[in-house]
Design a protein around this ligand. Structure first.
Ligand code: NAI
Ligand code: MG
Length: 355
């Protein structure tokens, strides 16, 4: 029987609540599946770790993530915990995303049943696209390195040919494996870029159009990000796969979350050629920490994405179906603010009952 060692980062604020719920779902899934086992190794990291030890993550914890079959991470961070330069200290984007060269941030936006979408007329599955956010360069290449002084600051956006080629290819490969956009079934990759104003985006666009030529079976189109913000609200069923620069992907994926019942429905994968880790799209939600109302679906679905990535596809589908059923049958209910109003752990139990 296959055994996978999984590095687990419980995170800050709502992180540990979500992780407990999602690990219970993974435990139940491996038991029912019977074809593999998961061995969890806890790695402490984040804002609380910074406060106690002066670093967001120890070298040993980073080594454990490199050695593991995969990494399962809850949200980290706390707006109150900052470096002397004024940026947040407990985040792991630098050490994990850049450090492990995880260039594709995969963020599915899918409408599940029973979720409070503010959009009208969409059936479950009627919104189903994935944002591929470039994860190692773009504006966030300047993470913590901005230059200037008290009266002016500059952060530089970096777009490279190699960095763009690999993430655009990743997006087209993802489209090949999907079933096309809900509106018309067409396999489509949409490049979001601001080449009307910035030269870095003009390069991103040029490379996108070059690579699109290698994929005749997938439709390719481009859109400016301001227009995309409207389109993802007014015409989301048109979209299948979207690829974009780092900051744009950060923003538009939260917008997508707002259309499908909130960020608590949004899982993400950070994927490179060698390593990967899986986490919710959202942050550590200090406003609801400890209240047992965080929606664990994001963390549970991130667990399913992780199983899919390590090759346990049928176990991943089992989790997605169980969540779908729990929502459809009203056993897991998400209120209009995106919260699991019957409790985080009882939401997980509703999923487990259907595994
Ligand atoms: P956030 O994503 O934590 O929260 C935004 C809003 O969504 C809040 O009202 C929150 O209550 C709600 N929300 C988030 N997840 C939810 C869930 N599962 N169920 C129900 N409601 C949910 O963003 P915010 O407040 O800007 O950031 C909080 C902290 O998280 C900061 O320290 C930030 O730097 C960090 N962060 C960490 C990330 C990570 O670990 N990957 C990603 C984004 C932010
Ligand atoms: Mg974000």
């Amino acid at each position: 029987m296959k055994n996978y060692r999984i590095a687990v980062i419980p995170g800050d604020n709502i992180g540990p609540e979500l992780m407990k719920a999602a690990l219970a779902v993974l435990e139940a899934t491996q038991k029912v599946d019977g074809g593999f086992t998961l061995e969890f190794e806890t790695c402490l990291a984040g804002a609380a770790h910074y406060t106690e030890h002066g670093t967001a993550m120890s070298d040993e914890a980073i080594a454990a993530c490199r050695a593991a079959a995969s990494v399962f991470k809850a949200p980290v961070g706390d707006p109150a915990v900052r470096t002397p330069e004024g940026i947040e200290a407990g985040l792991l984007g630098g050490v994990l995303r850049t450090g492990l060269d995880l260039y594709a941030n995969v963020r599915p936006v899918k409408l599940y049943p029973g979720t409070p979408t503010p959009l009208h007329g969409y059936q479950p599955g009627g919104i189903d696209y994935v944002i591929i956010r470039e994860n190692t360069e773009g504006l966030y290449a300047s993470r913590g390195k901005g230059v200037g002084g008290p009266n002016a600051m500059a952060d530089t956006m970096i777009v490279t040919r190699a960095g763009t080629e690999r993430v655009v290819r990743f997006a087209f490969e993802a489209a090949k494996k999907r079933n096309g956009a809900p509106a018309d079934g067409v396999r489509r990759v949409t490049c979001v870029e601001k080449s009307n104003v910035l030269r870095s985006f003009a390069l991103f666009r040029e490379i996108f159009l070059e690579i699109a030529g290698e994929y005749p079976g997938v439709e390719a189109e481009t859109i400016y990000p301001d227009a995309a913000a409207q389109a993802l609200v007014m015409n989301p069923a048109h979209y299948d796969v979207l690829v974009m620069e780092n900051l744009l992907g950060d923003i538009l994926s939260d917008l997508g979350g707002g259309t499908i019942g909130g960020l608590g429905m949004c899982p993400g994968g950070n994927i490179g050629d060698q390593y990967a880790y899986f986490e919710p799209v959202h942050g550590s939600a200090p406003d609801i920490a400890g209240l047992d109302i965080a929606n664990p679906a994001s963390q549970i679905l991130a667990g399913a994405m992780m199983l899919d990535h390590i090759g346990e596809e049928s176990a991943a589908r089992r989790i997605e179906s169980a969540l779908w059923l729990a929502l459809e049958e009203g056993e897991l209910s998400i209120d209009e603010r995106g919260r699991a109003n019957r409790g985080t752990m009882s939401a997980a139990e509703a999923v487990i009952a259907r595994i």
